[in-house]
Design a protein around this ligand. Structure first.
Ligand code: GRF
Length: 202
């Protein structure tokens, strides 16, 4: 399956997907990296890896819809079948989400449904949870509320700061995201009536 990765920043999850997709037999091919920020570090990393990397600057569009139409056109022109959001920091409208529903996933740095939205590590520390983590989920119109494909739990340890916790979780994100994408693209995880159904043998 031809996939696109949407980013806004450094693109470390993007890099882990690109790396994983190089393995023989991996069921997805990274055909495009797209950023809404022209200065995203991840664009440089993608080009270095030989992947087409495109910036569509949301500031150049007067409405969310016109920006998303440009995104959608770029994806369709390249025959993209599946979209991975990886640190993509624009909220998507229902129009775009519905167009890609069942064909778009995101990685979120918390154990959903806890800590939807931003600053998840800070909030986890404030709440005093002792287990935190990351989640790969299908994207639905409601933010960070889609059906869960995969999760990894990470301990919070004494003395943790937002940064140390983020770093410990990021290591797990880089393992989890390629696994979750492979499960979907190989048909081992699929969406049925708004829930993720897993086949035996994973
Ligand atoms: C990751 O923590 C991801 O979970 C969140 O944004 C961060 C992106 O980091 N959605 P990177 O750009 O993949 O390095």
């Amino acid at each position: 399956r031809r996939i696109a990765i949407l980013i806004s920043g450094r693109g470390s999850n993007m890099a882990s997907l690109i790396e994983a997709a190089r393995a023989p037999g991996y069921p997805a091919e990274v055909a495009l990296v797209l950023s809404n920020r022209p200065d995203a570090e991840g664009l440089v990393r993608a080009r270095e890896a030989g992947i087409e990397a495109l910036a569509i600057d949301h500031k150049a569009y007067s409405t969310r819809e016109s920006f998303e139409q440009a995104l959608d056109a770029a994806l369709r022109e390249r025959g993209i079948e599946f979209v991975c959001l990886a640190g993509f920091m624009r909220v998507l409208t229902n129009w775009f989400v519905e167009r890609w529903q069942g064909r778009m996933i995101n990685i979120h740095p918390s154990l959903l449904p806890l800590f939807r939205g931003t600053h998840t590590h800070r909030r986890a520390l404030e709440e005093g949870v002792l287990v935190h983590g990351c989640t790969v989920h299908f994207v639905v119109p409601e933010l960070d509320a889609g059906p869960i494909v995969a999760q990894a739990a990470v301990p919070v340890v004494p003395g943790d700061t937002e940064e140390s916790l983020a770093q410990r979780i990021l290591v797990q994100e880089h393992v989890l995201y390629p696994q979750a994408l492979a499960m979907i693209c190989s048909g081992r995880a699929r969406l049925e009536n708004g829930r993720v159904v897993f086949s035996q043998g994973w």
